[in-house]
Design a protein around this ligand. Sequence first.
Ligand code: ARG
Length: 334
Amino acid sequence: MIHQKKAAELLLFPAKPGSQLRQNPWMAAQFGVEFPKSSEKMIHYLLKIDNFLSSKKNFQYKGVLMTMQLKSLIILIVCLLWPLFADCIPLQEKIVGGVEAAQGEFPFLVSIQSIYDGTPSHFCGGTLVNETWILTAAHCAKGHDPSDLQIVGGELDLLNHSSHEQIRLGKRIVINFDYELNEFMYDIAMIEVAEPFEFNDQIVSAELSSQGQDTSRDEILTVIGWGALEEEGPLSNKLQKVEVPAWDDQDCIDAYYTIFYDVDPTMICAGLEEGGKDACQGDSGGPLLNNQMQVVGITSWGFGCARPNLPGVYTEISHYRDWIDKVLATGYGY
Ligand code: ARG
């Protein structure tokens, strides 16, 4: 695997020095490595290539033994032709692969917006758990002053202000204490708003799954948000929804292990094996729902978006329900 990864880094080496480097999502998905994003990183990659060539003479890719010569030839061809076909490799279509949601369909969803520099900008989703508390991801809440946040309920189109919307300022942020110690896990936080929301048919709290509640593999889940419609794409103004099957914990751990990422059993993964449907940047903090409209997860992370065999990873509510209830009862998370 290590050698495959290195090989991928070689094959992904882009051809246009000095320019904004292109991603090759297909190759990256095959091998699970990211392209260098800027030409500054180029030198780093050159060094890696050099290391690789001197360390390993032969390696296998998909069962084919690559000799040094064959490898060099492939690298040469890919590097020469890359600018020609880079634009032809389709990125995953539109959340990714979803459809627009209707007004009032997810009345517990909120948009968390930063008002730090005057103009409100959406950056994460959240879920209303009662009139004053929002559930979201810790990585969404961390580093923000609560009063620099506005929480919008009844939102559908980020650009159109409708009468259904209610806007509240943040008052208090409670980040899971364990997240402070290990930011790769425990991605859960709660935000209290300064004034309670007034619940109606467009704005109500969600039902959360209970502590220890199991979600079985292949259960169809729905993820929603205003996140990017494709990897590296801009946010969606219109709320999107997409259905993704739940993964077995161990399958997800194994899938991410191939690219040296750790998935923990306190996370739940969902996505298609072939990719194409997923949450993406900007969907974080929002809910992952089961078919009874219970929140079973919080959108947390993924490698790229909608890539084959790399499902979206969510904080699993069933491991944190007691923590959530404690915050609701006491206002503190410890
Ligand atoms: N961390 C991302 C965010 O801040 C969400 C990523 C979800 N990615 C995924 N492929 N499911 O919005």
